[in-house]
Design a binder for this molecule. Structure first.
Ligand SMILES: [Zn+2]
Length: 141
């Protein structure tokens, strides 16, 4: 089982059973709607869905608007108040008529390292495929 599955499993098997109504901070991710917030043990979960209308084609740089469904990813977003913030986000896939390729939008920078902050979260931590944070943090808790 890889770490991507670990995060997904934890989110879908544990976090989703513990929805909360309010939380004292908000994620600073543009162009998303919050579909759910969850809290369980040392984890806070956000379920986000993209509401963007267009993106740039990764191949030919055309502006593309044709939505071709969603790609759901799970990632460690930040540590806040000693809690680990897990984000489930539905990113839009766009189809380019010009070069016939599919582009998944990038609402989230994945170039940062793990950050701990008590204020507004600014940077994203890790890509789901290069992540080592989840395991390290779980062992600590
Ligand atoms: Zn294109």
């Amino acid at each position: 089982m890889n770490k991507y599955n670990t995060k997904k499993r934890f989110f879908e098997l544990n976090l989703v059973k513990h929805p909360i109504k309010n939380i004292d901070f908000m994620l600073n991710i543009k162009n998303t709607n919050i579909l759910g917030i969850y809290e369980y043990k040392k984890y806070i979960g956000f379920y986000l869905k993209s509401n963007t209308r267009l993106t740039l084609c990764k191949v030919c740089n055309n502006t593309i608007k044709r939505n071709k469904g969603y790609n759901t990813i799970y990632l460690n977003y930040a540590n806040i108040n000693n809690k680990i913030v897990l984000v489930k986000i539905k990113l839009k896939k766009f189809y380019c008529f010009n070069c016939r390729s599919t582009t998944i939008e990038k609402l989230i920078d994945r170039n940062g390292k793990n950050q701990s902050t008590n204020s507004i979260i600014k940077a994203i931590i890790d890509d789901l495929k290069t992540d080592s944070t989840y395991t390290a943090v779980s062992n600590r808790s």
